[in-house]
Design a protein around this ligand. Structure first.
Ligand code: G3I
Length: 397
């Protein structure tokens, strides 16, 4: 009986602890890579594997598995919301630093890098700012000063603690917008013109000489027509090229990677080609917000495996397309999922009609899905000559 219980306990240790490398590798006991974590397997290629972190879930005493998996599986973390302007400075001049400070502290405890998200975005802005700018009580000149002050204040506070900053996020329109011809969109372009992008990078650099400064956007996984009027990836490529020509200290491009199994999406070779194009400009790249959602048809909601399984397989395949492309380009420094469990995913709340979900790599009970294991297989089975260690990016002056 004692032996059986020990074996059972041993198995549990293996199941849970092994991922944390509890069983030391020996000649007679080589590491079984399938028992290793995403972060351990990523380090085979110097590739950081990250997740967005919901700080409420991280602090929830009733949800210990969430923080256990955050520390076990990931060596890069991104604040899902608490570093956004509306969360940081809900009242003008009064900062709510505590949740963001806690993420930085947790990352230090867990030996994780931090992706700063996000300095300049048109969403989740404080009402005092948008109201003032829209009703003219905040002039354009004052608005520019407020933006400079925000970037300087936030970046200086976390100087030396942020690996990659999303300096500007989602500044470019989509072909379905009006007008359809691609252009700089949103609050900042409307009030300050496209020049705010270059300003933001210069102010961020002035506040932290070492952080890597990224432009971050969605639907830029691969090139389309090549015409910047309707190809968002081409527009972003041309924008980055011009910023570099103007001596703006941009270091990288973040491709969010929010995909849906109902769409065609891209194959690994197309995505790899896009990453290599950006690398050709001397830029690093990163996948910054990967999730692959599916439509929750009546059959899926009824638990019909004939409906569910194809979606889980398609979701896994798309996670793998982006990961294989990232592995194939040495300038792709990190691969971050936008939440790792369906228990804490933005998708169902955002895509409700028709309902969508099943977007992450673990289910609501933290059970790994096919996507999690396929990512592991990609990390295990990849290697020279086509997958080589990352090339570190030096921050531009
Ligand atoms: O903080 C308020 C809280 O005070 C209030 O009680 C609650 C009820 O309405 O709302 C809370 O704010 C919510 C916030 O998340 C924090 O939980 C907002 O309503 C909700 O809209 C917001 O959603 C976030 C969304 O960005 C907003 O645009 C998602 O969690 C977050 O995953 C999502 O992330 C974005 C990236 O930043 C950029 N790229 C796309 C990605 C997905 O939209």
């Amino acid at each position: 009986m004692q032996l059986k219980r020990w074996l059972a306990a041993g198995a549990v240790v293996l199941a849970t602890g092994a991922v944390a490398g509890a069983v030391p590798a020996t000649a007679s006991h080589p590491v079984d890579p399938s028992q290793q974590s995403l972060r351990q397997l990523g380090m085979r290629h110097d590739l950081y594997i990250g997740t967005a972190v919901d700080m409420a879930a991280l602090a929830d005493p009733a949800d210990p598995q969430y923080r256990q998996i955050v520390s076990r599986e990931f060596n890069s973390v991104t604040a899902e919301n608490v570093m956004k302007w509306g969360e940081l400075e809900p009242t003008r001049g009064t900062y709510n630093w505590a949740p963001a400070d806690e993420l930085i502290a947790a990352a230090k405890r867990n030996n994780q890098k931090v992706r700063g998200h996000v300095l300049v975005w048109h969403n989740q802005l404080p009402t005092w700012l948008t109201t003032g700018a829209n009703d003219g009580t905040i002039s354009k000149a004052e608005l520019r000063d407020i933006l400079k002050n925000h970037i300087t204040t936030v970046v200086k506070r976390y100087k030396g603690k942020i690996w990659q900053w999303d300096v500007v996020n989602e500044a470019v329109s989509d072909p379905w917008d009006n007008p359809p011809t691609l252009h700089y969109k949103g609050f900042w372009a409307q009030h300050l013109g496209p020049g705010y992008v270059a300003d933001a990078f210069r102010w961020a650099r002035a506040a932290d000489p070492k952080a890597l400064l990224f432009y971050n956007d969605y639907n830029i996984e691969a090139f389309g027509s090549g015409d910047p009027a309707n190809d968002k990836t081409q527009f972003v490529y041309d924008m980055a090229k011009q910023l570099l020509r103007d001596g703006v200290p941009i270091d990288g491009i973040g491709s969010q990677g929010h995909l849906g199994t109902q769409y065609g999406n891209y194959d690994t070779l197309q995505v790899t080609a896009a990453l290599k194009q950006f690398a050709g400009l001397g830029l690093a790249t990163a996948f910054t917000e990967v999730d692959v959602r599916s439509q929750l048809t009546a059959g899926v909601q009824a638990g019909d495996s004939n409906e569910i399984n194809p979606r889980l397989q398609a979701s896994a395949a798309n996670y793998s397309v982006l990961l294989q492309a990232c592995l194939a380009d040495r300038h792709c420094l990190s691969y971050t999922v936008w939440g790792f469990t369906d228990r804490h995913s933005w998708v169902p709340g955002w895509f409700s009609d028709p309902p969508e979900g099943l977007a992450t790599i673990m289910d609501e009970n933290y059970q790994p899905k096919r996507a999690y294991n396929l990512m592991k297989a990609d990390l295990i089975h990849s290697g020279p000559p086509y997958v080589l260690p990352r090339v570190p990016q030096k921050p531009r002056r």
